[in-house]
Write a protein that binds this ligand. Structure first.
Ligand SMILES: Cc1cc2nc3c(=O)[nH]c(=O)nc-3n(C[C@H](O)[C@H](O)[C@H](O)COP(=O)(O)OP(=O)(O)OC[C@H]3O[C@@H](n4cnc5c(N)ncnc54)[C@H](O)[C@@H]3O)c2cc1C
Length: 172
């Protein structure tokens, strides 16, 4: 309060502060999305390991095709999320005028897909997935908040929709 900053030290034009502050969030969204990708990768690896170890009805879980399909979808969603986050990070590095929209898209997509991946990996662990003895309980909790932090995923959709509708954006 009551701090006086000389005009010469101002970063931009008067009234631009909110825009600058919001721009700082672009990198933060890449950060959160990356945390989700890492957590989902860990969840996938734990589920893959567990499917080899756990036996039910005389067979390893890995022998059940329903779980094999779940594992296949898990990995595809993680790879897609990682690529989306890297694309947004490249746009940000290049100073692309569409970077804010790409960061919002990446944050929304990666945090939604990776939370679902952690839930699926938890399901593969059965009851053990719910207990603190296994890592899934924490990974699910951690990735859940990524849908809220650094701007909720509803706000990410708002940013992207506004960008599409007002900037004649060429997003592809
Ligand atoms: C663990 C944790 C750590 C945090 N760390 C930080 C931090 O370090 N720094 C910091 O600044 N903040 C931090 N936050 C705050 C976080 O960024 C906010 O909680 C988040 O941005 C959502 O704001 P809110 O809680 O006020 O929700 P609200 O704005 O009250 O939103 C409530 C609900 O309404 C929806 N909603 C709101 N407006 C709209 C709209 N226009 N259209 C559609 N839906 C809408 C939201 O998506 C949400 O689902 C942290 C939060 C948590 C949980």
């Amino acid at each position: 309060e009551n701090v006086h900053v000389p005009v010469a030290n101002r970063l931009g034009e008067e009234g631009e502060g909110f825009r600058f502050a919001m721009k700082g969030l672009d990198g933060g969204r890449i950060n959160i999305a990356t945390c989700s990708v890492g957590a989902a990768q860990g969840a996938y690896e734990a589920a893959r390991r567990y499917m080899g170890e756990r036996r039910q009805f005389g067979r390893a879980l890995a022998d059940f095709q329903a779980l094999q399909f779940k594992l296949a979808d898990l990995l595809a969603n993680i790879v897609a999320s990682r690529q989306m986050v890297r694309l947004a990070a490249c746009k940000l590095d290049e100073g692309d005028p569409q970077a804010t929209a790409y960061c919002a898209m990446a944050k929304r997509l990666a945090t939604d897909l990776c939370f679902q991946s952690c839930l699926d990996a938890q399901q593969i662990h059965g009851g053990y997935g719910y207990l603190k003895d296994y890592p899934l309980e924490r990974l699910v909790r951690d990735t859940r908040v990524h849908q809220i932090l650094e701007g909720t995923n509803e706000i990410m959709r708002l940013i992207v929709a506004r960008h599409i509708l007002t900037q004649e954006a060429d997003l592809r």
